[in-house]
Design a protein around this ligand. Structure first.
Ligand code: CP3
Length: 339
């Protein structure tokens, strides 16, 4: 698999490419399935639908890796926090973590309730062609904690940051709990057939540097270390958003680091050299324009030439991007880097 080879820094014929949120609303084929099923969460709980939607971007765009169709919030949902998605708001937990008792009440066997995910992984792996990798994933302990504590996406993160500074022990308890269950969850995805795993830390950048390492990165490193110990042949990808200036102290036992669009990739390369494969990082909004896409792909390919790289966007694709432009991006990344 070209994707797995690139994760480990092996020579590849061209630089492999995929897109964050590649299974989603910009694809008419996805919208069709979503109309039939009715709601997003029900889609994630149906292995047949999970398999179908995961494979769509492979068939339509010919990306080199499929990413499991699910959500980072299925795990806290199965810990016992009912989840709903509201139009215009996003994910909402009506019950939140406020006390030590709330942490105690969380279900530590949540990973066992996610059988629908593992069934989906098995189906995908059966149907996916051999040269395409399947990426499993989870949210970082910190990022899922922000939703568990705040109840929804937040601008200020006032509630969880109050915990950072006034009740750090309690927050560490929650993060340690999330970490343990996440290791089990990712292990089960690997056992079911995932070829790589990625940890999404979308809200790492909400923390100042010292607190980022203490409350987010250290737990991600722990997940990576555990997975690498058990599954050395499975690449581990870590992605924290909004932490470009913290990268000089980011290290650990993982293979690939996701670079967000706000971090210049030449800067990331100066820091990480070829110790890890860099994944990213075109500004996703460039996909509205082919010429803007071309400009960025050429620039990124130029910087990363001869170095460990996987092409991707610097965050998720937006719902109203023309499919044709997404295809253009994928083809161009391959063409421009082909040896
Ligand atoms: O990348 C992929 O295609 C794989 C599937 C995937 C989804 N969510 C599907 C999804 C992955 C890897 C995620 C991760 C995720 N979910 C993150 C981390 C990555 C990031 O984007 O920073 C976060 C923070 C979430 C939580 C979440 N789920 C949000 C904020 C939303 C958006 C709500 C909205 O109205 O846009 C979701 C919903 C969601 N997750 C959708 C998809 C395809 C949209 C569902 C739909 O409307 O059909």
């Amino acid at each position: 698999m070209i994707f797995v080879d690139a994760c480990f820094g092996k020579e590849t014929e061209y630089t492999p490419v995929w897109m964050m949120r590649q299974a989603g609303r910009y694809l008419p084929e996805y919208m069709e399935v979503r109309r039939k099923v009715g709601n997003f969460l029900d889609m994630t709980r149906n292995p047949e639908v999970v398999a179908e939607v995961t494979i769509q971007p492979i068939d339509i765009l010919d990306v080199d890796a499929a990413i499991l169709f699910s959500d980072i919030l299925n795990l806290p949902m199965e810990m016992g926090l009912p989840l709903r998605f509201e139009k215009g708001v996003g994910p909402i937990f009506d019950k939140t973590i406020d006390t030590e008792e709330d942490i105690e009440a969380l279900d530590s066997s949540a990973d066992e309730k996610l059988e629908y995910v593992y069934k989906g992984v098995k189906l995908i792996r059966e149907r996916l062609s051999e040269e395409k990798a399947l990426i499993g994933f989870a949210g970082s302990p910190w990022t899922i904690a922000t939703y568990m504590v705040e109840g929804r996406g937040s601008k200020q993160y006032a509630k969880i940051k109050k915990m950072v500074y006034s009740n750090p022990m309690m927050l560490h308890r929650l993060l340690a709990f999330n970490t343990k269950v996440t290791i089990e969850y990712l292990s089960k995805q690997i056992e079911a057939g995932a070829n790589a795993v990625m940890v999404f830390d979308s809200w790492g950048g909400a923390l100042e540097k010292e607190k980022f390492f203490e409350f987010s990165w250290n737990y991600m490193k722990e997940i990576a270390k555990n997975i690498k110990e058990k599954y050395p042949h499975i690449p581990v990808i870590l992605f924290s958003k909004g932490v470009g200036l913290y990268m000089d102290e980011m290290d650990g036992e993982f293979d690939v680091i996701g670079i967000d669009w706000a971090t210049p990739i030449d800067y990331a390369l100066r820091i990480f050299k070829d110790n890890y494969t860099l994944q990213g990082n075109m500004e996703p909004t460039r996909l509205y324009s082919k010429s803007a896409t071309k400009e960025a792909v050429e620039k990124i390919a130029g910087v990363m030439k001869g170095h460990r790289h996987i092409f991707n966007l610097g965050h998720g694709i937006l719902p109203d991007v023309p499919v044709e432009n997404a295809k253009y991006f994928v083809n161009l990344c391959k063409k421009i880097t082909r040896k």
